[in-house]
Design a protein around this ligand. Structure first.
Ligand SMILES: Nc1ncnc2c1ncn2[C@@H]1O[C@H](COP(=O)(O)OP(=O)(O)OP(=O)(O)O)[C@@H](O)[C@H]1O
Length: 501
């Protein structure tokens, strides 16, 4: 009896896999590719894949906007591989992405899905040897996966490769690549767009495309196919979203308490903690390590090799807690992550969407907890308005937090002092200078300009203060005169009354 049931179950699974494969084939994918998708665990096409794959195979540009963890990567990797298999040459496809870690993750997807093709890929990201990359590029890989800054550097400095025959240009996290934030990619994108042919297919994907749609449409001008998930709510259903109202000074104690609770109750859970700054990230990691929590840090002030090592340790579950800045907010696909904790409330709703999207991926459950101080309540309202959902309060036993408060604050201070001894701020300054040089700016000239600007600002401020002081003095004088007059009047009145008596 039990054998028969087992046999039925296996049969059902096989039939389901067979049906999934047929669904991939029905999108226009070749049997070898549908089989490869099945082998790497893509059960059946997700909605974004079902919508975008046929459009890409028809030769159309494509803008795909779907929730985090919904399979956007395979939505462009699969059709690119199919077209590549029909007429393979290098360099056939260029994928641009905002972070180095994400570039490697996408390359991995190309590698596993394109294995039967003997696909040659090349990852071109900052922080690694440029000469080795230039050599690899000269060997004409089929697919180049790059961060814009480093690829633009190669295009400016070498002629060992050409992108002129490119068939596909993919912008993953396209809105991030186009926005002008602290890492501004626009100048590098200009260099890259000049190097790629005008006749190409452009594919743009993100979970948050809509704000930059006009710019994106200009990039994808070839009868673009636009697909957006129908749901009103911008985050996935399986994600439980909570907030925790905490006074600023008590934030770290709440964090330690949360981590301790999750570790005690679910020792197999992986947690990502997002912080506002690199320094915060470093200090919190030192602090959690002092409490013997298995944590690693990931931020842009670390050397690239350390960044990869930290991520690898987290992915392989050697360390269950990753403390990261927004460098890890987008795209990273780590299925085991159960909880995301926002140590600070993100200033932009779309950053919130990407951060919390590191959990509850591909239909799994997950939880996101955002620490909110009294100054951040308006940010939570903006987030709720954007995601079209109200966050629920997460309750903790406050006495337990109060019990550890002094100890946590002392430990934090100790870590800060330790970090000061490690010249963290000085390193930050050096990194800033390096970045400026890479952007073609002269750091000394920039510093001079900044100093001059500060001088002008200071002068203006002094001038404003002087005017203010003069006005104040005048006011005081007027008041004094008024009072004097009033007193004199009163005196005269009293004298007159006396005389009359
Ligand atoms: N058809 C499918 N069936 C099952 N799993 C899938 C399928 N397509 C993708 N996945 C899995 O879903 C996970 C998330 O996919 P992916 O990283 O492409 O998401 P995404 O939409 O790009 O998310 P983000 O917006 O966060 O970058 C991956 O682990 C991937 O292997």
């Amino acid at each position: 009896m039990s054998d028969r049931r087992g046999g039925d179950a296996i049969g059902t699974r096989r039939r389901a896999r067979g049906a999934g494969m047929a669904e991939f084939r029905a999108l226009g994918l070749a049997p070898w590719l549908a089989e490869q998708a099945r082998q790497v665990g893509l059960v059946r096409p997700t909605p974004v894949q079902a919508a975008c794959i046929p459009a890409v195979l028809q030769g159309r540009d494509c803008l795909g906007c779907a929730k985090t963890g919904s399979g956007k990567t395979a939505a462009f990797v699969l059709p690119v591989l199919q077209v590549l298999s029909e007429d393979p040459y290098g360099i056939f496809c260029l994928v641009l992405t905002p972070t180095r870690e994400l570039a490697y993750q996408i390359a991995e997807q190309f590698r596993v899905l394109g294995k039967p093709l003997g696909l040659k890929d090349c990852v071109v990201v900052g922080g690694l040897d440029m000469v080795a990359q230039a050599l690899e590029l000269s060997r004409k890989p089929h697919v180049v996966i790059a961060t814009p800054g480093r690829l633009a550097d190669h295009l400016r400095s070498s002629s060992t490769f050409s992108l002129k025959k490119l068939k596909f240009l993919v912008l993953d996290e396209a809105d991030r690549l186009l926005e002008q934030g602290c890492a501004d990619f626009t100048a590098d994108l200009e260099v890259i767009l000049e190097a790629v042919p005008a006749r190409r297919q452009t594919l743009l994907f993100s979970a948050t495309l809509t704000a930059t749609l006009t710019e994106l449409r200009a990039l994808a001008a070839n009868r673009p196919f636009f697909w957006e998930a129908a749901s009103e709510v911008r985050t996935v259903e399986q994600l439980e979203q909570r907030y925790l109202l905490v006074p600023e000074a008590v934030k770290d104690a709440y964090l330690v308490h949360l981590v301790q609770t999750f570790q005690d109750e679910h020792d197999d859970w992986a947690i990502i903690i997002f912080t506002k700054t690199c320094k915060d990230c470093q200090v919190l990691n030192m602090m959690l390590r002092k409490y013997k929590f298995p944590s690693v840090a990931l931020h842009s002030m670390m050397k690239q090799k350390q960044r990869f090592a930290a991520l690898a340790k987290f992915k392989s579950s050697i360390f269950k807690i990753l403390i990261a800045t927004d460098v890890a907010a987008r795209g990273l696909d780590i299925p085991a992550v159960q909880v995301v904790i926002n140590h600070n409330t993100p200033g932009l709703p779309k950053i919130y969407i990407h951060r919390v999207g590191r959990t509850a991926r591909a239909g799994r459950k997950g939880m996101a907890i955002t620490l909110v101080t009294q100054y951040d309540i308006h940010l939570v309202h903006a987030i709720e308005e954007e995601i079209k959902l109200k966050l629920k309060e997460f309750s903790v036993e406050e006495q337990l937090v109060l019990d550890i408060l002094t100890q946590v604050n002392v430990t934090r201070r100790e870590c800060e002092i330790e970090l000061e001894g490690m010249d963290f701020d000085e390193k930050k300054e050096i990194n800033k200078r390096k970045q400026m040089i890479l952007e073609g700016k002269d750091p000394d000239l920039e510093a001079k300009r900044k100093a001059e600007l500060a001088k002008i600002k200071k002068k203006n401020k002094e001038c404003r203060e002087k005017v203010q002081q003069t006005l104040e003095r005048k006011k005081q004088l007027q008041l004094k005169r008024k009072l004097q007059k009033r007193m004199e009047r009163r005196k005269r009145k009293m004298e007159k009354e006396k005389e009359e008596q």
